[in-house]
Design a protein. Sequence first.
Length: 278
Amino acid sequence: MARAENKETAGPTTRLVADIARKMRARKGWTQEQLGKELGYTAAAVSAMETCAQPASDEMLVKLERVLGDGMGIFEQAREYVRLDKYPAQFKNYALLEQKAVGLHLYATLVVHGLFQTEEYARALIGGGYPPLPEHRVEELVEARLARRALFEREPVALIEVVLEESVLRRTIGSEDVMRGQMRHLAECARRRNVTLQVLPLDAGLSGEYAGAYGGMNLIETPDHDRLVYLEPQDESLLIKDPGKVSTYAQRYARIRAQALHPRESLGLVEQLAGEQR
């Protein structure tokens, strides 16, 4: 839904795309209605895009490239950066790192890591958060979150390891049907050759050690083979670059992984839970 306040909060890429689209439309001598017909949208939708009342969706950018791009790839290239405009401010720096990472080592303690969420799970989670978000913002964030999954298909492939607390798998988000779909998706991800999924069981602390007590983390290896840590407590974010601190987090992650179930056992548990959801 187009909203007037979006015009004030639109990011720089969204504004640039709107300006380029408006100028290229004018160069062709088309009205907003004519462009809308070419794209399969209403004139109102084109107007909302051009005024930033409703930022261009990923689908609209694909169509803009076909209709107005003239083979230059402007709108195609803009897709990545328009998605970044839609992310919460505290997440944008990490999103860029995630897209280009050669290695990710992830530990999630409360909900399924965003990179592995289904559309239904993401919508239930984002839509059920506090403070409540307007529906159009929920849809923007869901679209942006799902776009992150392109990392799984990227060349060269990224090595991705994720450890999920067992409580994450047993916490119902949305509905039991949503959780069934989420478990099936996790199982599919776990079967990818570049993905290792492990579950930290509920009884991991029985031995007297519980390495996951400090909360979730994202360890990132950049294309230059630098290592960083990203933390996101509540609505804040922290990107850690200090080598000594990063080393401590990496060691802690290694202990968490060592206390988790073997990948084959973890996949079996996910598959079992997918069958148990009723």
